[in-house]
Design a protein around this ligand. Structure first.
Ligand code: BES
Ligand code: MN
Ligand code: ZN
Length: 483
């Protein structure tokens, strides 16, 4: 159930619990804290720490740590809101006294982060559960006042969290259910609800358009492919931003078959597509000034009797031929078509999101996405947007002298490198071949960040994370044509 969030000056007396932010400094100096109790609980006001105190009169008090007061940004407030909501357990109505520790001028972005953290902490995917789990917090009253700017920031955060939840739902839906057809239907539904333009190419349209990468990956599948295009059009657009998302609805690896272990989370291989669709779903509420166009190639990667064989050559939309030596390096093949199409529309900048390489998780783990691209200014813009959105990225190079490793003996390119190592970079170099000269482009490899496999923590629960929705929305909101 979606969380209802409201703003109030004071704590309503009827709430079931009050969540109070504690800074490291406050822990030492605030005379109102039950210091003995907190010390006995090992509470040190660190981020993610939350303890429930029922020793007073009135509602329970949940103390959540936010770390040092000096280092306090939206990220700490997002985590604190999530920790508070989780610690509240089955209490239905809670007050969040978190904004008090934030300087008044910094409260709007903190309020947005608060709403995101609180909403995402109650996210669950229960579609296939016969019995729903125990109820969680349903209503949050944010105290401290703060006026209109804080109110609309809360609203914005709640809407963005809706987009993230949609992306999570799409990722969490099993690959046998969320076929390319269904993914396209979901995109059409979003477009209708949000008043966006949408077109869906079916298999014939895709063949007609010469999307040889998408067709080649689809060849082993019983499910037809789809190519989805979305468009958000503001009144007098300032600039055009293109989003591209990898939409492999299930990645078995094709004939270069994955292991059973390696396949277990592969319904997650459309997380880039999910981020794009999730972000589009909230664009009208966010109201950016730029036009946003979205490109989502969708297919699964299966092993049918006529599947693409290692050694086969595919012809991508832009005419480049690719020798497929490993059918499990399929994401780059469908993205090649999508980047070619995006290039034809001559946008001011492109960003793609893809669960592209296992190597990025080896390098950066599951909390930091890999960022590559062809334009330093655009990469700075993406980095800054991700930082403000509370999603972490780290840049990797695309060195020229690695390029020849993708040379093929029989075609223009091969889809895997001749040498070992640098798997994430090699995939980035491959994609770069399909981006038009002079178009600023950024590639986010989200293979590590799109999925959370551990116990619930902060705004994450097990399964799809919806990674990228927040960054995409922030990027559109603040888009400047890269110079
Ligand atoms: N979808 C996978 C990448 C992936 C791995 C995503 C783990 C999420 C978690 C991608 O299609 C793939 O199989 N990549 C190969 C590339 C290799 C064959 C060059 C990989 O990373 O092993
Ligand atoms: Mn693969
Ligand atoms: Zn894949």
């Amino acid at each position: 159930m979606p969380l209802s969030i409201e703003l109030s000056r004071d704590v309503p007396p009827a709430v079931d619990a009050v969540v109070v932010a504690v800074t490291a400094e406050g822990l030492d100096t605030d005379p109102g804290l039950p210091r003995g109790f907190l010390a006995a609980q090992g509470f040190e006001a660190k981020v993610d720490q939350a303890v429930v105190w029922t020793g007073g009169e009135g509602p329970a008090v949940i103390y959540v740590g936010v770390g040092a007061a000096g280092a306090l940004g939206p990220a700490a407030i997002r985590r604190a809101a999530a920790a508070g909501v989780r610690a509240a357990g089955r209490r239905a109505w809670i007050a969040l006294r978190l904004l008090e520790v934030v300087e008044p001028s910094a409260r709007p972005p903190a309020a947005q982060a608060l709403a995101e953290g609180a909403s995402l902490a109650v996210y669950r995917f229960e579609r296939f559960k016969s019995e729903p789990g125990p109820p969680s917090v349903q209503r949050v009253t944010v105290t401290g006042g703060g006026g209109k700017r804080v109110g609309s920031a809360l609203e914005l955060g709640a809407r963005i969290a809706d987009g993230v939840a949609l992306a999570r739902d799409l990722v969490n839906t099993p690959g046998g259910e969320l076929t390319p057809r269904l993914l396209a239907e979901a995109a059409v539904e979003v477009a209708e609800a949000a008043n966006l333009r949408v077109t869906v190419m079916d298999e014939d349209d895709i063949a007609e358009a010469g999307l040889g990468g998408l067709l080649g990956v689809n060849r082993g599948s019983a499910q037809p492919p789809r190519f989805i295009e979305l468009c958000y059009e503001p009144a007098r657009p300032r600039g055009v931003l293109a989003w591209v998302g990898k939409g492999i609805t299930f990645d078995a690896g094709g004939l270069s078959l994955k292991t059973s272990e390696g396949m277990m989370t592969m319904k997650n291989d459309m997380a880039g597509a999910a981020a794009v669709i999730g972000a589009f779903s909230v664009l009208p509420a966010v109201g950016p000034r730029c036009r946003v166009v979205g490109y989502v190639p969708a297919t699964d990667n299966m092993t049918g009797g006529d599947a693409t064989r290692p050694g086969d050559v595919l012809k991508i939309r832009n005419g480049t031929t690719v020798e497929v030596l490993n059918t499990d390096a399929e994401g780059r093949l469908i993205l090649a078509d999508a980047l070619s199409l995006a290039t034809e529309a001559a946008p001011d900048a492109i960003v793609d999101l893809a669960t592209l390489t296992g190597a990025v998780e080896v390098a950066l783990g599951s909390r930091i996405a890999g960022l590559m691209g062809n334009h330093p200014g655009w990469l700075d813009q993406v980095t800054a947007a991700a930082e403000r959105a509370g999603e972490r990225v780290w840049r990797l190079p695309l060195p020229d002298d690695y390029r020849p490793w993708l040379d093929s003996d029989v075609a223009d390119l091969r889809n895997i490198a001749k040498v070992k190592g640098a798997g994430t970079i090699i995939a980035g170099l491959f994609l770069q071949r399909f981006v038009g000269e002079g178009i600023p482009w950024a590639h986010l490899d989200i293979a590590g960040t799109a999925w959370w496999g551990e116990a619930p923590e902060g705004e994450f629960s097990r399964g799809g994370t919806g990674w990228g929705v927040r960054t995409l929305v922030e990027l559109a909101r603040t888009f400047r044509r890269p110079s």
